[in-house]
Design a protein around this ligand. Structure first.
Ligand code: PLZ
Length: 444
């Protein structure tokens, strides 16, 4: 039932990009705004499991999952079936006009699966950014306070409010301001770049001191935190950082919002990254892997906060679209049935072993980090902590040319991240890691 339709092997039949991809790239250049760019111009025709097939017939290994989306694999049969069935019934009514069961069922799943066994409610949206914006709306409504605090290295989206929360200038913020007011940024916990030996509690105290001094606890509606920072560089905070921030938020009536859009739904080896330290957020934003490739996002959280908003205060034409909801129900069922949290832990162990061996042989790898199937290397100039984004760019391009889709990230652009579908087979993963190792070795 879950066997992928495309052979799970890397197989190149042309140089990459091949002739048909190059033709499409030329059409794209003439038709698509250049502000929307792609990592590498391999145009995809089909995909299944952890393999992408391009328009020239090349089979590529996907180590990015479309940025942490297809955790259940490309074209997961249960998701395909659920989508086909729902689209044939009806594709849209607008939940705010004529409601339907799949929306309710997805909210039940969200309330049951997200951290904490307190009473919860959920609301559905289309994209991660929209979920984060709505979490901020709810927190402001419930607290009557204005200020929103985000961390350095944060990524929360590309809309005006979420760009105010996102830390990095290029490519995200450059010339797109002015940004939403009453957003403040404080230091994160970044063990590789923090003072040697700084504990999670010390990093939290550093952030809290700044919030209290610059923003004021009583004026702060919410603190928005990625439990492992994604676009910022797969930064795993020092143990104790998240629990200390959550405890401070609780003590001060500040809504603690965990943005689990990239980390959630089994990626880190638990249902959610917050589960690792038993952190129970007041509100959680999820998206990406939730619906197995269909666009769906959610805000889930404490019933008293969620119910504070007046009827009609939240919504949108497409939020909780029935086809996306059907996909989500199938995707989450697949995560549970195949125990994809355990799969993420197994993948993580295999990737980690390989990356640590690579780091031991290559002084350009300054740090290996991650949790579960969310692992990364940070590239530096040998013998220093100085970021080497050019090396990251070269390695990612070499992987692509060899048929492995890998992604970079990081505030300094010098992190290579691996986010394979959680259904990837061990020999395919090993082949992908061999290609990455070859690309790193070519750096000398
Ligand atoms: N919060 C933690 O990772 C999306 C962005 C890619 P949307 N990350 C991929 C890009 O360059 O645009 C993300 C995230 C976290 C929010 C978001 C935003 O989710 O669905 O892209 O809006």
């Amino acid at each position: 039932m879950d066997r992928p339709a495309v052979p799970q092997k890397r197989r190149l039949v042309t140089a990459l990009p091949g002739p048909r991809s190059l033709e499409l790239e030329a059409r794209r250049t003439a038709a698509v705004a250049r502000g929307v760019s792609s990592v590498f111009p391999l145009y995809i025709e089909a995909a299944s499991g952890a393999v992408l097939v391009d328009v020239d017939g090349n089979s590529l290994i996907d180590l990015g999952s479309g940025i942490a989306v297809v955790s259940v694999g490309h074209a997961a049969p249960t998701v395909v079936e659920a989508v086909a069935d729902q689209v044939a019934r009806f594709a849209h009514t607008c939940f705010m006009v004529s409601p339907y069961e799949p929306y309710v069922a997805v909210c039940e799943v969200l309330n049951a699966r997200t951290p904490g066994d307190h009473e919860k409610r959920s609301a559905l949206f289309n994209s991660g950014a929209e979920a984060v914006e709505n979490a901020v709306k709810i927190a402001r409504h419930a607290t009557g306070r204005d200020a929103v605090v985000a961390l350095d290295h944060a990524y929360h989206g590309r809309t005006n409010l979420t760009l105010a929360l996102t830390a990095k200038n290029l490519p995200y913020r450059h010339r797109f301001g002015p940004f939403a007011p009453e957003v403040y940024r404080v230091p994160a916990s970044y063990p590789f770049r923090d003072p040697e030996g700084m504990s999670g509690a010390e990093a939290a105290a550093r952030a809290i001191e700044q919030i209290e001094r610059r923003v004021g606890a009583d004026d702060t509606a919410c603190l928005v935190v990625e439990p492992i920072q994604g676009e910022g560089g797969f930064i795993v905070p020092a143990p104790g950082f998240l629990p200390a921030l959550a405890a401070w938020a609780r003590a001060n009536g500040v809504v603690f919002v965990a943005d689990e859009i990239q980390t959630g739904w089994c990626r880190t080896g638990d249902w959610f990254a917050c589960d690792d330290e038993g952190v129970v957020p007041d509100l959680v934003t999820t998206a990406k892997a939730l619906a197995g490739g269909m666009p769906l996002a959610a805000v889930t959280g404490r019933a008293d906060l969620m119910e504070h908003v007046h009827p009609g205060g939240l919504g949108g034409t497409y939020g909780g679209n029935p086809v996306a909801c059907a996909a989500a129900l199938a995707a989450v069922e697949t995560m549970e049935r195949l125990d994809l949290s355990a799969a993420a832990r197994r993948i993580g162990a295999a990737v980690r072993e390989r990356l640590e061996a690579l780091a031991a042989a290559h002084p350009g790898i300054g740090d290996v980090r991650g949790r579960g199937a969310m692992q990364a290397v940070e590239l530096v100039r040998p013998g220093t902590r100085e970021p080497d984004p050019e090396a990251a760019r070269r390695i990612v391009a070499a992987c692509h040319r060899a048929g492995v889709v890998a992604l970079s990230c990081g505030s300094f652009g010098n992190v290579i991240r691996l986010l394979p579908p959680l259904v990837i087979q061990p020999d395919l993963l090993a082949d992908g890691l061999d290609v990455l190792a070859g690309a790193v070795a070519a750096e000398g």
